[in-house]
Write a protein that binds this ligand. Sequence first.
Ligand SMILES: NC(=O)C1=CN([C@@H]2O[C@H](COP(=O)(O)OP(=O)(O)OC[C@H]3O[C@@H](n4cnc5c(N)ncnc54)[C@H](O)[C@@H]3O)[C@@H](O)[C@H]2O)[C@@H](O)CC1
Ligand SMILES: [K+]
Length: 481
Amino acid sequence: MRLFTPEAMREADGKAAAMGYPTLLLMEWAGMKAARVYRRLFGKAPAVVLAGKGNNGGDGLALARHLLLGGVPLRVYAASGQGGDALQMRQALEALGLPLLPLEEASWREGEVLVDALFGTGLKGPLEGFYAGLVDRVNASSLPILALDLPSGLPFSPHVQATATLAFAALKTPHLLYREACGKLFLAEIGLPQALLEREDLPEVATPQALRPLLPKRPLTAHKGSVGRVGVLGGYRGDGLRYAGAPLLAALGAYRMGAGLVHLVLPEGTPLEPLEAVFHPVPAPALPPVKVEALAVGMGGGPWGKAWALEALKAGLPTVLDADALHLEVVALYRQAGVKAVLTPHAGEAGRLLGAPPEAVAQDPLAAARALAETTGLTVVLKGNPTVVAEGGRLSVNPTGNPVLATGGTGDVLAGAIAALLAAGLPPFDAARLAVYLHGLAGDLLAEERGVGLLAREVAEALPRARRALEKGLGLPFALV
Ligand SMILES: NC(=O)C1=CN([C@@H]2O[C@H](COP(=O)(O)OP(=O)(O)OC[C@H]3O[C@@H](n4cnc5c(N)ncnc54)[C@H](O)[C@@H]3O)[C@@H](O)[C@H]2O)[C@@H](O)CC1
Ligand SMILES: [K+]
């Protein structure tokens, strides 16, 4: 599944029209699917539809007709000046005898549901004046809000804070960059020719359909030496400080992602956990002879981060470079040596590597991940909401995960999980996007059960459940209608 920009979506609509496909049919399907979602979420609760004068408003008018025909009480406040398909939708609604009220008079009361059909992909800049005021009033209403295609105003502020958003034809960048504004996300097929949605040049939205085939198989003859062994190098001891937990969490992440054996290389005096690992306590960063197929390096490395990474480079194995191992100089050496490496920065670390402020990275994570993959020549996992995986020209945007994962150690678990998949033989891009998806899904499963207050080790422990869910094709965090 591809992630469209609003421009790419408009292009696809335009191409459908140029092919002779009647765009009124797209709008009719959009309205029909929206009515279906409305009924599923709100039953026959009375609707207040706010329709702009563009095609997003047209979708709202189509929805209104389907609600009317379905016996849902409603009022429609519409801007004037519709043309094209939206005008036909207006005429169809009026022909059924429903008077349209002026948008300027929009009002609502307790018990009603608001439908936001003001603006979609056609918005050119931030809302101002009347529309900004209307959006503020909508948000202050405390009524449920169903947004059609996009919460109006996105990607700018102010924008509607929806309870649910129904995206038409494809997800667009704002759906994943502004998840909070979208509320519960739905995606409706509206009859757009499939060929127009297959755009290899656009980023991927990671889906169960795409990821399930990547899961490493476990044959009957499997043994601990055949399914991928991981070396974890990290931790720090000095200045009266000891960072010990991070590499242990990475080891847990690797085991829970299916590693056959984990070798833990860590500072002397570190607790020897988990019991299942093989320990190599060292006085300072070093690479003892270990039989592994991939490495995870840098977790909790503090001032030793660079030294750990340089030791690890001697093995020439696929490596996850995390946290304190993320230095430009290190990254350049891995590139020169032709070693397959996955970098796992958060926005701050990525900003440091790119020479950009972390806010700029967080503002446009797709561009930042792409830029970092380009400048380093390596695979990049830019952690955030959403997490973006980049390699060469390829981008994969992860739809799983939630803020419950924002707690110490979850990144270490992820580093170990990626290393386990590298050790199992997956290419870096696949290992990264699969581990990121499952890690996020583990967080989603736990968030639903327990909410805020998770421990990173619990996320590791939920990885097998996430994997089982993916094996069954489950885990897509938005509903298809
Ligand atoms: N055939 C199509 O093109 C289809 C379009 N669809 C819907 O159409 C939407 C896109 O429709 P449009 O391209 O007509 O665009 P919109 O309906 O999103 O908005 C266009 C209107 O907003 C105005 N506008 C733009 N920026 C503004 C700003 N900053 N402040 C105030 N007014 C502003 C424009 O002048 C225009 O009147 C999609 O989001 C989707 O909901 C769907 O019906 C599917 C088919
Ligand atoms: K909208």
